[in-house]
Design a protein around this ligand. Structure first.
Ligand SMILES: Nc1nc2c(ncn2[C@@H]2O[C@H](COP(=O)(O)OP(=O)(O)OP(=O)(O)O)[C@@H](O)[C@H]2O)c(=O)[nH]1
Ligand SMILES: [Mg+2]
Length: 299
């Protein structure tokens, strides 16, 4: 059979599980995940290749009302992703509540005449299946979806059904990426994201949202015990007080964060990692265009 491909944008409100879904579909961790909203800041590509079929997913930041220039960038990267795909996946929580955020996203798909599949995620949290039916009915009334698929990104339930629905949007074309590719993210970016993920998991309130991570160098070194990756990362935060919280008592917090991030990197890169981190303060960087670009938030 001839090869087929489709580009698919994954959109939705913050924290609904878009990145978790991407990871489940790809079968590898390509996007970081946390319980805090606005975890994803860039569009992140995840590639699924099954024989002749290649689906290229674009995970996007959660749709929200931006309050900083970084927020503006995040919202722009949603429209950017939506404008270049063959179909959309709108991810929602398993509730019957439809909000303007989702209506605005659907408007973007409608204006481009793109088919949309609704994914009702987190069904592992729904005990009463009648609730799910109410939820489906509410969404059906809202938009003419190409399909509605209940899934759990956590358990993987429904993921194959979803791929089955999305396969319908694939058109005959050569594959855009090598069949063994899972993402387009450079290793340095992946390493920075894995470090930022641990900050989101370990730090509270506004602090993790005001953190940017830049991996300055990532070099491979052959030793008697195998390959070691030396990774040097700069962690930028917004205030001296935040810097203190990140370092923690006698450096305990930074040690915990770096240790956890190192383990994640070792799994991701399948090599031993030697991670060094420096913390720097850049006041109000989320509103400073020049800094945003340098931190990787540039269109
Ligand atoms: N119980 C359950 N939790 C889930 C599921 N999918 C995601 N989560 C949790 O929901 C939270 C948010 O997941 P993310 O994948 O980071 O959500 P997101 O939509 O990418 O969030 P943003 O990047 O902030 O827009 C995390 O705590 C996940 O573990 C699911 O199917 N079931
Ligand atoms: Mg995300």
């Amino acid at each position: 059979m001839d090869s087929r491909s489709a580009f698919i944008a994954i959109v939705g409100r913050p924290n609904v599980g878009k990145s978790s879904l991407l990871n489940t579909l790809v079968g590898r961790k390509v996007a970081i995940v946390s319980d805090k909203p606005q975890t994803t800041r860039n569009r992140i590509m995840g590639i699924v290749t099954k024989d002749e079929l290649q689906l290229v997913f674009l995970d996007t930041p959660g749709a929200h009302r931006p309050r900083t220039r970084l927020g503006d960038f995040m919202i722009k990267s949603i429209s950017e992703a939506v404008s270049g795909v063959d179909a959309g996946v709108l991810v929602v929580e398993p509730t019957a509540e439809v909000r303007d955020t989702e209506r605005d996203l659907l408007k973007q798909f409608r204006s481009q005449k793109l088919p949309v599949v609704l994914v009702i995620n987190k069904i592992d949290t729904v005990e009463d299946k009648a609730k799910l039916l109410t939820c489906i009915a509410a969404w059906q009334a809202e938009y003419d979806f190409a399909a509605i698929v209940p899934v759990s990104a956590l358990t993987g339930e429904g993921a194959d059904d979803l791929v089955g629905e999305l396969e319908k949007f694939a058109f005959e074309s050569p594959h855009f990426f090598p069949d063994d590719a899972v993402s387009d993210q450079p290793e340095k970016v992946m390493a920075a994201e894995l470090l930022r993920e641990q900050m989101l998991l370990c730090l509270r309130d506004e602090i993790p949202h005001g953190i940017a991570v830049v991996v300055e160098s990532l070099t491979e070194r052959e030793t008697e015990k195998g390959i070691i990756l030396d990774i040097e990362a700069n962690i930028f935060c917004e205030r001296d007080s935040h810097k203190g919280m990140i370092i923690g008592k006698k450096g305990a917090m930074l040690k915990k964060i770096a240790q956890a991030a190192r383990l994640q990197m070792e799994t991701a890169f399948d090599a031993k990692v030697n991670l060094q981190c420096w913390i720097k303060v850049k006041e109000d960087w989320r509103n400073r265009q020049g800094l945003l670009g340098g931190f990787g938030y540039r269109m």
